[in-house]
Design a protein around this ligand. Structure first.
Ligand code: NDP
Length: 327
């Protein structure tokens, strides 16, 4: 038997509970893992509360991220005792995920725990930090460098935004952070933001082209914010778009693209090929330390997950939540 969060949907409605499951209930897969840590992402909040159509099969153990130790493997790349990491691939949506003491998965989705990181550190980073790094790599691919000028990060106090600020600043970029929580401005400066602006400047419908302000941007907000970011980029600027915290719409014009040569680079973390994951995690491992991770994340036990998921969707959580599934 093992402890897990289980999401069910039937005639009694949609609900999540902290429960005990039998190993025989684990789904098919060629690798079994003793999970050490998982995390709570925005998507996990939606899965646990049922506030978004994330879960595609019931019952389901949520949790899109996990780190742990392989206990059994029929996959050629992994053996018992290996420390592994998983982000995405529909785990926690279509396949049972990391918010449990045990998981059984397709080994093709796993990567070795990056050298230099513990399981807990990897989960403090989680999909949010990994996505922030993919966004940074997208900027680099488009020729963005620290010498090019200021980089804007939207959704600054969120998981993706916090890591985007820290990574950019540690690489020498001058970062502008956009947030709705001015009371956290000092925290954002400590992460590395040189300037903090109110997100209200970007969230309302704007003009097709604005003042050229930023050389590049990492946007986890979407909607009018992304439209205004495109309109405020400098000539040949790039924005890496990875989120929809304000909305999935994009009420923009083509003016920034055809008059300023702006690039809109899309970022997906879920189905990203393993080769890209290895590069992203290697870059992350070289940039983080305990001081940074402790300032961005806090730890909870499995029993606190359901209540915290609600708070996360209410915008009451700053940064990242690490889940110790064994307490
Ligand atoms: P969080 O909930 O941690 O952060 C989102 C942040 O966005 C908030 O902290 C807030 O920042 C800002 N925000 C929230 N609501 C609004 C609003 N109405 N208007 C403007 N800003 C808002 O989420 P994550 O950082 O984990 O994820 C951010 C987004 O990226 C989500 O939409 C998520 O689904 C997406 N995502 C996409 C991935 C991919 O593969 N493409 C992977 C991971 C996440 P502040 O308080 O500073 O204003």
């Amino acid at each position: 038997m093992f402890n897990a969060i289980l999401v069910e949907k039937d005639e009694q409605g949609y609900r999540a509970r902290h429960t005990r499951l039998d190993e025989a209930q684990l789904p098919a897969g060629d690798v079994q893992i003793d999970v050490a840590y998982s995390t709570l992402n925005y998507k996990d909040g939606l899965a646990i509360t049922g506030k978004g159509p994330v879960v595609r099969t019931f019952p389901l153990v949520p949790g899109i991220d996990l780190a742990g130790i392989v206990t059994h493997s029929d996959h050629s790349a992994f053996k018992a005792g290996d420390a592994v990491l998983l982000n995405g691939w529909g785990v926690g949506e279509k396949h049972w995920g990391g918010l449990a003491q045990k998981a059984r998965l397709n080994g093709d989705w796993l990567i070795p725990l990056p050298t230099g990181l513990t399981a807990r550190q990897a989960m403090a980073i989680g999909t949010a930090g990994y996505t922030a790094m993919l966004a940074l790599l997208a900027l680099e691919k488009n020729g963005v460098t620290p010498a090019g000028g200021k980089v804007l990060v939207t959704g600054a106090n969120g998981g993706v935004g916090s890591f985007a600020i820290a990574f950019l600043s540690r690489l020498g970029y001058e970062v502008t952070a956009s947030t709705g929580r001015q009371e956290e401005a000092e925290h954002l400066r400590q992460l590395g933001a040189a300037e903090v602006i109110d997100r209200a400047q970007l969230s309302a419908p704007g003009r097709p082209l604005g003042k050229e302000q930023w050389a590049a941007a990492i946007d986890s907000v979407g909607s009018h914010t992304l439209a205004n970011v495109c309109a405020g980029l400098r000539y040949q600027g790039t924005v890496a778009a990875c989120g929809l915290a304000q909305g999935m719409d994009l009420p923009a014009s083509v003016a920034p693209f055809i008059l300023r040569g702006v690039t809109l680079a899309g970022v997906d973390s879920v189905m990203r090929p393993v080769a890209d994951r290895l590069i992203a995690w290697q870059r992350i491992a070289a940039l983080v330390d305990d001081g940074l991770l402790n300032s961005i994340s806090r730890e909870i036990g499995l029993g606190e997950v359901i209540a915290t998921a609600g708070a996360l969707l209410d915008g009451k959580v700053r940064g990242r939540i690490v889940v110790d599934v064994n307490r």
